[in-house]
Design a binder for this molecule. Structure first.
Ligand code: NAD
Ligand code: MG
Length: 385
């Protein structure tokens, strides 16, 4: 029986992963090693009991007594804190879903990769801040990284066994988020509640706001660069309000292969779970006649400056990804807390990149977890409002 673990099981992606394991037969089909979460202890305990996990870990040490109580008599071990997360990630598993949000997902992801299994990666932040380190860790242990971000799963599927040499460019689509059609002059006054809605996808709050600012798409462009080894000029973003085509691979022979599907993360997670096979998933197939039409437009970089920053980050290389991600996370914290406005996030990230690029060592890609975390801390401090 395959052993699986889910990091960030109580979140939007993680809970979809739990749904798929349940759908496939739960403990009859998979042996669940570790499930982790944050402060939603009731949900974490319920999932751990249902899947008969070996261990359930909350990221917060003060939540341990509550988790212990909730798991009493279940046979599931309770643990808490960052060391416990690492311990859980070092327990051998064949398939690990990395679905913690933010750079907090990096250390458990690296630890899981070092065990040599498959890492189904939703946590794009870890690729943005430490792509080279993830690839090197996977190469050393023989682990496989499979994309779970829907656009990257779509690129992976559209590429199939095709050689990258024949690829002219890869297009990843963006819905445009909450403010796609807002007049530009309204954006400065956009509230957290307004930014936390998404036209097509149901996701965690942070990625939803990042969709409105396109920081999410900027991260995904860098993610595509790191995952597929594509040069920045071969990655294009296209606004596609319906979110039906997730990505398209265009070859030098003029042919394009697109991946289509309903905006439902269970497809990408389930694809990564079953790969290299394709098994039935509880995801409705598309009805194109009912949809009627699909529309596309060029992204406007005045509205979404994050897309320009992504190109600058890829050109700079070195520690730029780690700084970009951490500055973005800090700016997002400050926006959510009401300390800065929606349109202050882009300039704050840009200034942080400019300031830290003058520091020694910026040009070297971080090759240890400690170095990544040093840049992460420095960038948060610099970006803080
Ligand atoms: P979420 O906020 O819904 O869930 C996050 C999970 O991480 C929760 O289980 C939470 O308890 C845990 N967590 C948060 N902070 C933590 C910390 N400091 N230490 C340990 N655990 C922590 O987020 P989400 O929307 O599910 O996104 C998860 C990841 O997947 C993100 O990297 C996101 O960019 C990526 N992603 C999400 C979607 C989506 O549809 N939601 C799609 C593509 C990619
Ligand atoms: Mg995505």
């Amino acid at each position: 029986m395959r052993r699986i673990s889910i990091f960030g099981a109580t979140g939007s992606v993680g809970a979809n992963g739990v749904d798929l394991i349940r759908d496939a037969g739960g403990p009859e089909a998979y042996r669940t090693v570790a499930l982790t979460g944050g402060r939603n202890i009731a949900r974490l305990a319920e999932m751990a009991r249902e899947l008969q996990a070996e261990i359930a870990v909350t990221a917060h040490e003060d939540c341990l007594p509550e988790l212990r109580d909730a798991l009493a008599g279940s046979g599931v071990r309770a643990a808490a804190g960052s060391n416990a997360l690492i311990e859980a990630a070092s327990m051998p598993a064949d398939w690990v879903l990395s679905s913690i949000v933010g750079s907090a997902g990096l250390a458990p992801g690296l630890t899981a990769l070092a065990q040599g299994g498959t890492l189904a990666l939703a946590n794009k932040e870890s690729l943005v801040c430490a792509g080279g380190l993830l690839r090197d860790t996977a190469a050393a242990s023989g682990a496989k990284i499979l994309p779970v971000d829907s656009e990257h799963s779509a690129v992976f599927q559209a590429l199939g066994s095709d050689n990258l040499e024949s690829v002219k460019e890869v297009v990843i689509t963006a819905s445009g988020g909450a403010f796609r059609d807002w007049p530009l002059e309204r954006l400065a006054a956009a509230t957290v509640a307004e930014a936390s809605t998404h036209p097509n996808w149901a996701m965690g709050q942070r990625i939803t706001i990042d969709s409105a600012s396109m920081f999410n798409k900027a991260m995904e462009v860098i993610e595509a660069h790191e995952l597929f080894g594509l040069s920045p000029d071969r990655i294009r973003v296209l606004v596609h309000p319906e979110s039906i085509i997730h990505a398209m691979v265009t070859h030098h022979d003029g042919g394009s292969i697109a991946h289509l599907g309903a905006p439902d993360m269970r497809h990408a997670i389930g694809f990564a779970l079953n790969w290299p096979e394709r098994r039935p998933l509880p995801v409705p197939a598309l009805d194109l006649a009912a949809l009627g039409q699909l529309t596309f437009r060029e992204p406007d970089e005045l509205r979404w400056p994050a897309l320009r920053l992504a190109r600058e980050v890829m050109q700079a290389g070195g520690a730029a990804g780690a700084v970009f991600n951490a500055a973005k996370e800090q700016a997002l914290d400050d926006f959510i807390a009401g300390r800065i406005g929606f349109t202050d996030m882009g300039p704050r990230v840009e200034t942080t990149l400019a300031t830290l690029s003058a520091q020694p060592g910026f040009g070297h890609a971080p090759d240890t977890l400690d170095t990544v975390l040093q840049w992460d801390r420095a960038a948060r401090q610099e970006a803080r409002a």
